[in-house]
Design a protein around this ligand. Sequence first.
Ligand SMILES: C[S@@+](CC[C@H](N)C(=O)[O-])C[C@H]1O[C@@H](n2cnc3c(N)ncnc32)[C@H](O)[C@@H]1O
Length: 348
Amino acid sequence: MTSQPDLAPITRQLRAMYGSRLLIVAVHHIPVFSELINGPLSVAELSQRLNLQERPAHVLFPALCAMNLLTYDQTGKLYITELGRYVSQRHTPNLSGYIELEKDDVGAVEMAVRLRNDGPLETPNGISFVKEGDAPSPMDDPDESRRFTLGLAGRARHLSPLVAASMTRRDGHLLDVAGGTGFYTYEWLLNNPTSTATLFDRPAVLTVAQELLDEFSRSGRPGAESVRERVTFLPGDMLTDDLTNTDLLLAASLFHDWPTDTCQALTNRFAAALRPGGELWVHDAFLNDALDGPLAVTDYSAQLFWGTKGRCYSRVEHRSWFKQAGLQPTDEAIPTQLDYGLIWAKKL
Ligand SMILES: C[S@@+](CC[C@H](N)C(=O)[O-])C[C@H]1O[C@@H](n2cnc3c(N)ncnc32)[C@H](O)[C@@H]1O
């Protein structure tokens, strides 16, 4: 087990920028506080008045709750908190004019565009970390996929020993879907010396993963050399291609790149790939089940909203996909680091 520090303060600072944009937008571009000034509204009512679709609403409203500007009443309606009144023009004094000084910030203006449009207006080069259908994908471009994959390598190197230590130890097969660098697979195989694994991702990503496995195998760590012989690299499209039958399936930083209907479809595919007694493990950053924070995750959700087709989801949202796919969710919630954690479900 690593004794390295939790790097969450760094990623929190990095992502705070996205939360700031949401604050400016909610006060000056998409009038959340003006709509709520006359009383509580349900998420559906408020979304409809603001012309926001499900994904942007589930990014913006939880973030404003995490900032303690909005909260839910007992019937689940959103209302303005005592603190939130101070960003409304109807309250004296208020900070609305002060926030207005940032209104034309390019990031805030573009965030308003993306919230209204449920994503950027144009994506000629595809969307970060996403390969879907025939649309162009940076994950299929050799230079871009290398840049994206190596961009995640430091986080994966840091978190993968913690993830491997928390996952089930067993003799069997691990399928690491959308496995990226492969570090989660390599670390799990190091802890499970008689097991095998498949790393599934786009072909250009697997080229990088193979290089990282070479480096891992030569690290001199006890058992690292044998890991190479126990990994199969399987290029493909997880949305459409057959997935290897497996005992454990890992979805690390996977669901948060996709909209809810795709998450359900993927969970169904993952459940079908599991053998009886198999386990689906999800490593991600989870919203509170009440969709009101935590701030580190609502900021992350805004970052993912900005760049991918997804957002952060709560454990309850994940567990509903598991149940619909016929899996039995466990109620374990295992923290790792960087505001991430593990949850898992069984196939009976
Ligand atoms: C955010 S990265 C996560 C990588 C790794 N699991 C981790 O935690 O570091 C998402 C991965 O999904 C892969 N991906 C996206 N669409 C895919 C598809 N249709 N089929 C297979 N992999 C896909 C990307 O290539 C990328 O490696």
